[in-house]
Write a protein that binds this ligand. Structure first.
Ligand code: ADP
Ligand code: TRP
Length: 320
């Protein structure tokens, strides 16, 4: 199976990105052919500063490698380094009904709020379809929020195939079932738009500070409490060992504990959990030539497949 997924370099990755998405992608690399890319063309819809975008792409590559993406197993590349994707995007665009895009939530939500939206945001699902179809991808692991876009991709592939003959491989969304819906420090879904994130690689003492400030209820100390669904416990479960998780669950159920102790345990456990990745990150940061070479090799490999698929599509629709 060929697995493909993309992630936007719109800021430093947080626990939600890792436990909800990245961790699963990285696990797939052991069993399947994996293609993973940094979606900088998508990010241009929101990041309008060249320096920031460049830095974010570099950081995203380093973060992914530090978190365990292995270039010997999977292909890591930057979306914009494969020009074939823009070409395919156009070819798909000519067969995309406006109504299909009008129903897509990224655009619909913005419009509903009366915010200005660009053609880039409106046609975002078509570029995403090109990302997927360009590599004959079979599975696309995504979070729940992206399923609609995979449906659009399948619609576009299907109608192209019906019109021009079998050309595209039909991809499938692989919704990461047990992917945690990671809560933020305020108990809402962790998201950079809510300013409630714990970033994976921010300085340890800053993470610790944020953890100590996690909101909790005003339950009296002696009262027992069900741990499941409590956001502090749910965060702990992600980074603590099964033994420690059980121990903390028992403490909740027994009652008579303070949240401060649990927060301290969470901070310690998270430090341990990400320690090896942190070390790798420091090494990678001091070796930008290595990171560049990984991305160059990734792009070369991705382009081989991309040019083969693009030639097939062009021939099918009669422009070559
Ligand atoms: P953000 O909400 O911070 O803007 P993105 O929308 O860029 O994050 O998400 C990138 C990926 O990380 C997506 O696949 C998304 O499903 C996943 N993700 C983001 N936040 C969470 C979360 N709190 N829990 C689980 N998965 C998440
Ligand atoms: N839209 C995805 C997100 O915001 C990122 C993305 C772009 C993607 N192209 C893709 C994911 C292709 C999977 C496949 O998370």
């Amino acid at each position: 199976m060929r697995i493909l997924s993309g992630i936007q370099p719109t800021g430093r990755f947080h626990w939600g990105n890792y436990f909800g998405a990245i961790r699963q992608y990285i696990e797939f690399q052991h069993e399947h052919e994996g293609l993973y890319f940094i979606a900088d063309l998508h990010a241009l819809n929101t990041i309008r500063d060249a320096g920031v975008l460049r830095q974010n792409v570099q950081d995203a590559a380093i973060d992914l490698l530090a978190l365990g993406l292995d270039p010997a197993k999977a292909t890591l590349f930057v979306q914009s380094e494969i020009p074939e994707v823009s070409r395919l995007c156009w070819l798909l665009m000519t067969g995309t009904p406006l109504g299909l895009l009008e129903r897509c939530h990224a655009f619909k939500d913005k419009k509903a709020k009366g915010l200005p939206a660009s053609a880039g945001l409106f046609t975002y699902p078509v570029l995403m379809a090109a990302d997927i179809l360009l590599y004959d991808s079979n599975w696309v692991p995504v979070g729940e929020d992206q399923v609609q876009h995979i449906e659009v991709c399948r619609d576009l592939a299907r109608s192209f195939n019906v019109h021009f003959g079998e050309t595209f491989v039909m991809p499938e969304a692989k919704v990461v079932e047990d992917a945690a819906k990671v809560p933020g420090t305020d108990g809402e879904k962790m998201s950079k738009s809510y300013d409630n994130t714990l970033a994976i690689f921010e300085p340890v003492k800053d993470v610790r500070k944020k953890i100590m400030r996690i909101s909790t209820d005003s339950r009296p100390m002696e009262e027992a409490k069900e741990p499941e669904g409590d956001h502090l416990y749910d965060l702990l479960k992600l980074v603590a060992s099964p033994e420690e998780t059980q121990e903390v669950a028992a403490i909740y159920r027994r009652g008579g504990f303070g949240y401060g102790d649990i927060k301290k345990r969470l901070a310690d456990a998270s430090e341990r959990y990400f320690a090896a990745a942190r070390e790798r990150r420091v090494e990678l940061e001091s070796n930008p030539q290595y990171v560049r070479s990984v991305l160059d090799q990734g792009a070369a490999k991705a382009r081989e497949k991309a040019s083969e698929v693009l030639a097939r599509v062009e021939s099918a629709c009669g422009i070559k």
